[in-house]
Design a protein around this ligand. Sequence first.
Ligand code: FES
Length: 189
Amino acid sequence: MARAGERAQGLDRRSVMMGAVACCAVGNAAYAGPEDALPQKGDRLVIGDGAKAGQPVTLEGLPVGGELVEAVAVDAQGVKREGSRFAKIILVRVAPDEVAESQRAHAVDGVLALSAICTHQGCTISGWSHETKRLSCFCHHSEFLPAEGGRVAKGPARKRLPVLPLAKGEGGTLMVAGGFTAKPGPGPA
Ligand code: FES
C-alpha cells in the first residue's frame, strides 16, 4: 500500500501534468490572432499581390471590363487577414445592371467580392472572362457566376462560391460589409 508521502508526490505529478495541458490548450487558443480570422464587417480592402500590393482597393482601379483583382482584408488596427488561405478574396466588376437583383445589396457599383478558394478541391481561382461573366478554376475547369451569387455554371464543383458583401468607403475605397455568405472552401452543394 502506498504511503501518504508517495500518494502526495503522485498527486503533485498529476497536478503538474494537468497544469501543463491547460497551459498549452490556452496557449493554442490564444495563438489564433486577427490575422487568422476571415474578413469581417468594417475591414478595408487592399490589393493582394503585384506591384500595387498593399494599396487600397478603389472603384477607379476596378474598371468594368478589367482584370480580376486579388484582395486582402485589413482590420482597424492595420492587421492583414492573410493567416488563412480561406480568407483570400477576389474582386471583379460588371455593369451594375448585370448584377442579379438578389445580389445588389452585396455589390458596390457592379464590383463583386467572392472567396478565391474553389469549392471543388480548394484551388485558388484566377480566371475571369468579362465576355462570359464567369470565374474559372484551372485545376478542373469549374466555372462560377459572380453576378449570380457565385452560382456554379460548370462543374465538377457543386457548391457556389461564397460572396463577401461590400460597402463603399471614403474616397471610392471598398470596405467589407459582412462575413462570407457561406463557409469558404470545398464542400457539398
Ligand atoms: S479545384 Fe477547382 S475545379 Fe477542382
